[in-house]
Design a protein around this ligand. Structure first.
Ligand code: ADP
Ligand code: MG
Length: 685
């Protein structure tokens, strides 16, 4: 149960003054659905205004607060702006310029002859000084002086800065005093304020200690929760699986395993033989051959008379894994089933039966495989593909399925930097597939200006005539999914008109049947071109697709580009990746694309991605969804995570049940950051 004193912070935003269903929407789009979320909606930056008594003291381009007296209202003909000519005490004239409906309020706020304090950016328009749409108009100097420093919040359509500031202010007025969970030595050394003060300060002005403390809280909560999972896992009883090899011997793989694959399989085999459940991460770049490792692990479970499950993030991937595993495992006679949310009625019933009576050895599926209705005769191993798509909470839910705790093998193609590995996977054991299967050709990566889109389309036709297939990726920026989808639809229509019916479209808002049908056509080779938003990012395997076109490539993170590029170069044929760049390329964007051309090493790209984003790049962790953190920036993660990690470890070593006063405070922290599955484990013992 969440501690009583946190409850008000978890109230829905709609319970706030002035928030109704209409305002709730744009807030929700920013991920702000509860008071708590507003507390942690920290300003991107602050405007600093310079208070001047006359405009002689101000420079053009500067943010100022100045006392000005309106002397004339000037409406212009037609659609021109409305201007209030105002004068300072030295006689300088400045136009306060308004467009559209804003002029109505301006007329009222700025009567001629009455002095007002105006806040805004001083510009020059021809010979005239002007302030366009002043940020504030105050009646007295006190009102204006309160606006010298002002937060700038991330917004969504339908919200304004003053509105957001007022809402955040309202949430801040509900702050309880919470006991301190950070170790006192760390607090002193860093010079950090208490939690409540840190929140108040972080919204008021640029304040590194306050921001760092808040980030640290999040990192500590995460480390602590993962540490508790780990500790609980060590205490749990698993089922030692020592397969005798009778099934694995029957496999007829068309290739010899790489050294890295052999090593990883041996590591997995070692873990499976233990009583304590395996908690291992298999990290391997796209195409490194993780599926075979998974298959061997699953077969070990079946050889030992138990069942295995493989969890995929999407139906498309589940289906693909199912086909691959079934093909590879055919000579073994092992029974494999596919279970997704789409299976209904008799078919579903018969799979559920098979899992319950043990006639199905291995099940592949989406999260449908751990719904309540699904029971296993003896589930001993769970393989989770594309680990980063699943919350740790889900991972835990899964592990409750067996009579004993199943072994867990998590697989990811995202080569995350070491610092983030720690953040995301805590103390999981890691196997790395750092060697690609032989015979892979380097992918020829080229950066092309969007002006040459026509040439690219012409090139596609030649590509198809040679019997090859291709992907076309449209950018997806989560801020407005509908617009992105519209852009993808439009591109699809255009390409179809040009290239004929061999073009299919896949995006997140299609029904899963439609998506699967399109994917299947493409995988069969019936469709030549797959137009998609980033849903094809993970896992899809079509060796005959040898061309990848990525539009507005600069809008993707490096790690994401790398994932996308990894869709091609899967067969023995030469593959090409075309990165189409937009017109206004930022320095970072340019550097990203150059790096993509320079290397195909996923781990190097991951490190560079982190470095580039550390520089305050907009397409940050929040949007790309590859960081488990909302408050901590990548820079803070790098600097503070090791400290938080040690802090958490010490706490768990000294007070594993979180019973001491500091332990009790730490429980509150876990609830505050919704890492309370850590607390639940404590109770489970
Ligand atoms: P990942 O899941 O790591 O992205 P896959 O398991 O899908 O990679 O393997 C990619 C491709 O490489 C598949 O077509 C697979 O059959 C092939 N492959 C896997 N291991 C080897 C190997 N040792 N030698 C040659 N090809 C391999
Ligand atoms: Mg895979």
């Amino acid at each position: 149960m969440r501690p009583e004193l946190l409850n008000p912070l978890f109230a829905d935003t709609e319970s706030m003054d002035g928030v109704g269903p209409k305002l709730r929407k744009p807030l929700a789009r920013l991920g702000l659905t509860r008071l708590r979320d507003l507390l942690y909606h920290l300003p991107d930056r602050f405007v600093q205004r310079h208070s001047v008594s006359t405009l002689d003291d101000a420079t053009v381009g500067e943010q100022i607060v100045a006392p000005l007296t309106p002397i004339e209202h000037k409406a212009s003909a037609g659609r021109g702006p409305f201007r209030v000519m105002a004068q300072d005490e030295a006689g300088n004239i400045c136009a306060l310029t308004y467009f559209g409906r804003a002029s109505y309020t301006a007329r009222k706020q700025l009567p001629t002859g009455e002095k007002r304090w105006i806040a805004g950016r001083l510009d020059q328009y021809g010979q005239m000084l002007q302030i366009v749409h002043p940020d504030h108009v105050a009646q007295d100097s006190a009102g204006a002086m309160g606006k010298l420093v002002e937060p700038i919040y991330p917004l969504a359509e339908g919200l304004t800065q003053p509105r957001m500031a007022a809402l955040v202010g309202q949430s801040l007025s509900h702050l309880p005093d919470l006991p301190e969970w950070i170790e006192s030595g760390v607090m002193q050394k860093q010079g950090w304020p208490a939690w409540k003060e840190a929140l108040l300060r972080a919204h008021k002005a640029e304040d590194k200690p306050a921001r760092d403390r808040l980030a640290y809280d999040e990192l500590l909560a995460n480390s602590l929760a993962l540490m508790l999972v780990r500790a609980a896992n060590r205490q749990r009883k698993g089922q030692p699986l020592s397969g005798d090899g009778h099934l694995r011997r029957k496999l007829e793989l068309p290739f010899p395993l790489t050294g890295a694959q052999k090593r990883s399989i041996a590591e997995v085999e070692g873990d499976l033989g233990q009583t304590s459940p395996m908690l291992r991460l298999l990290q391997g770049d796209v195409g490194a051959g993780k599926t075979v490792v998974a298959l061997e692990a699953l077969l070990i479970a079946v050889e030992s008379g138990a069942q295995g499950a493989m969890l995929a993030p999407t139906e498309i991937l589940a289906r693909q894994h199912y086909e691959t595993l079934r093909q590879m495992a055919a000579p073994t006679g092992v029974q494999i089933a596919l279970l997704t949310g789409r299976d209904k009625g008799k078919a579903r019933e018969s799979i559920l039966m098979g899992l319950m009576d043990g006639s199905i050895d291995i099940v592949v599926g989406t999260h449908a495989i751990f719904q309540d209705a699904v029971t296993y005769r003896n589930l001993a191993l769970v393989v989770i593909d594309e680990q980063h798509r699943f919350g740790v909470g889900q991972r835990l839910m899964l592990t409750r399925k067996g009579r004993v705790t199943p072994h867990c093998l998590a697989m990811t193609a995202t080569p995350i930097p070491r610092t983030l590995t720690l953040a995301e996977y805590g103390e999981m054991d890691v196997s790395r597939l750092d060697e690609l299967p032989p015979g892979r050709q380097a992918i020829d990566t080229r950066v092309i200006s969007s002006e040459r889109l026509g040439d690219v389309v012409a090139g596609l036709e030649r590509h198809f005539q040679q019997g090859n297939q291709a992907y076309w990726v449209c950018p997806m920026v989560r801020e407005n999914e509908n617009e992105d989808i519209a852009a993808a639809e439009a591109r699809y229509a255009g390409l179809k008109e040009r290239l004929g019916d061999d073009v299919v479209l896949v995006h997140g808002q299609l029904k899963s049947e439609e998506k699967d049908a399109a994917m299947e056509r493409f995988a069969r080779g019936d469709a030549k071109l797959l137009v998609a938003t980033t849903v094809i990012e993970v896992g899809v395997d079509v060796p005959n697709a040898t061309l990848m076109v990525i539009e507005q490539a600069e809008r993707f993170g490096l790690a994401q580009l790398h994932q996308l590029r990894g869709r091609v170069g899967r067969g023995s044929k030469k593959s090409v990746c075309l990165l189409i760049r937009g017109e206004n390329l930022s320095e970072t964007g340019r550097e990203r694309l150059a790096l993509m051309r320079a290397t195909q090493d996923g781990f190097r790209l991951a490190e560079e991605d982190l470095r580039l984003r550390g520089g305050g790049e907009l397409l940050g962790t929040r949007q790309s969804g590859d960081s488990p953190f909302n408050v901590a920036s990548l820079e803070q993660i790098q600097q503070l995570l090791p400290v938080a990690h040690d802090d958490a470890r010490l706490l768990v070593e000294r007070d594993g049940g979180l019973d001491s006063p500091r332990g009790a405070a730490a429980r509150i922290l876990l609830y505050l950051f919704e890492r309370d599955w850590g607390v639940q484990l404590l109770r489970g013992g």
